[in-house]
Ligand binder design. Structure first.
Ligand code: HEM
Length: 440
């Protein structure tokens, strides 16, 4: 079967808001050209999958025929052989060791940290004060992941450093994935910033890992679990280098993504008063003024729908896979080494799966309507053996923080100052200004 070739080219360079937005439009428009569309990125031939059921086939049914692709090669200097970048039997072994750290009962413990971090954040708010919401969301996410990983927490300086460096790494990593390899070696500011951010993160993480190893005490945090984890077959633990790679992966994978979803949650609540009113009513009924716990999460049904809708509207732009052998996808024979792209953003804005896709409508997630959403159409956390290990953790963090805020406060958009959006790895808010108003 012949594969249609993308009409036009993916605009690679240029960082004005218009150019960046154009890239998102381009990838969303590809669904009009076919279920699988060929795009040539310089010398790299890629296959862009637009059809949800083929994305499901790629990630789940035929997941074992693929490994991570060119995008993740670009993150190798940062994540090394961590969970997000490793492949094959090594990845399966590491995933078996890391997953228990994210089981429900562990997340229930981290939920206490989440509730405390949310309470600390809001305790500093004063009525009428204007907050930069994405900054609050990011500092909360760094604190929560940092404390879950390293229980005693990092120093303020490290927390700030991790937040800043993480953003630089993600932004530059994505630019690299779409650019020819020689661009990485040019003396560009972006390349210098990327290298410096990787180095700063490496120093912080290795210091913590070595310190922990010397103490050798189980503190009940994620790092202790990783330090004690042993392969079921060989009984071997992880080296410092492997621990560094896993910790780095969890820090970078867990901070920016969650902070983003949290900031957009406040944005949507702020501009949809009826949705906000329903969230307040539910939070009052379920929590009755006490602080949220893990066991409450399932009871905050409408707030979970709001979070699903945020994850639908503001997901990662694109992800990639590489075929490890010739494989058929939807009748298209892909050769070994074929680079495959799919876009959660484009899938989540496909009007066939989500009518009126630009409308924020948490009721899409009511049980009767949600059951009609096609398989593969909603993949904020990916799917299959490479799906997000932190999905329960992330949802708990967003719901607990949103519920803590909703119990006492409203965040109201500052008139005439709409948040600007930077379209990089995902749609990033920039200066999302909101006024803190106590609930009457
Ligand atoms: C709203 C928040 C989050 C979103 C939207 C998100 C999204 C994703 C996605 C889409 C993937 C799959 C990538 C692919 O298929 O190529 C992924 C994988 C991963 N995520 Fe998350 N994530 C979030 C939070 C977290 C958190 C809190 C952690 C940990 C603290 C985490 C750790 C990871 C790891 C380690 C992987 C790699 C899993 C593997 O390949 O085995 N994520 N995430």
């Amino acid at each position: 079967m012949s594969v249609p070739v993308a009409p036009g080219r993916l605009p690679l360079f240029g960082h004005t808001v218009r150019m960046l937005r154009e890239r998102y439009r381009f990838t969303a428009s590809l669904r009009n050209s076919g279920d699988i569309v060929r795009i040539d990125l310089g010398t790299m031939r890629t296959y862009f999958v637009t059809n949800p059921s083929l994305v499901h086939e790629l990630l789940v049914k035929k997941g074992s025929s693929f490994r991570k692709g060119a995008l993740f090669d670009k993150f190798q200097p940062v994540f090394g052989n961590g969970l997000a970048t490793s492949n094959g039997a090594f990845h399966r072994r590491q995933r078996r060791m890391v997953r228990p750290a994210f089981h429900g009962e562990r997340v229930a413990l981290y939920a206490r940290t989440m509730a405390r971090a949310a309470a600390d954040l809001t305790a500093a708010w004063r009525p009428g004060e204007v907050r930069v919401v994405e900054e609050d969301a990011q500092s909360l996410a760094v604190t929560v992941v940092g404390e879950a990983l390293f229980s005693t927490g990092m120093g303020d300086h490290e927390i700030e450093e991790v937040g800043r460096s993480t953003f630089t790494v993600l932004k530059q990593g994505m630019v690299r994935a779409l650019s020819p390899s020689f661009v990485e070696r040019l003396p560009l500011r972006g390349n210098r910033e990327f290298d410096a951010a990787v180095e700063r993160l490496r120093t912080i993480v290795l210091d913590v890992v070595r310190g922990w190893r010397e103490e050798g005490v189980d503190r009940g945090d994620l790092l202790s679990m990783l330090l004690m984890a042993q392969d079921a077959d060989t009984g071997e633990g992880m080296s410092d280098e492997q621990l560094h790679d896993e910790v780095m992966t969890l820090l970078i994978g867990g901070i920016e993504t969650t902070a983003l979803a949290l900031a957009w949650t406040f944005h949507e609540l702020g501009r949809n008063p009826e949705v906000e009113r329903r969230v307040h009513a539910e939070v009052d009924e379920v929590l009755g003024g006490r602080s949220p716990e893990f066991a409450d999460l399932g009871k905050l049904v409408y707030l979970n729908q709001v979070v699903d809708e945020v994850l639908r509207m503001y997901p990662v732009w694109f992800l990639m896979r590489r075929a490890i052998a010739p494989v058929d996808l939807g009748g298209v024979p892909l050769p070994e080494g074929a680079e495959v792209i799919f876009s959660p953003h484009a899938l989540h804005h496909d009007p066939t799966s989500f009518p009126d896709p630009d409308r924020f409508d948490p009721d899409r997630w009511s049980s009767d309507r949600a059951s009609t959403i096609p398989q593969g159409a909603f993949i904020p956390f990916g799917a299959g053996a490479r799906g997000c290990v932190g999905n329960v953790f992330a949802r708990a963090e967003i719901v607990i923080t949103a519920a803590t805020v909703a119990a006492k406060w409203r965040l109201v958009p500052v008139p005439g100052k709409p948040a600007r959006v930077k379209f990089t790895t995902a749609a990033y808010p920039s200066r999302m200004l909101m006024t803190v108003v106590p609930r009457s």
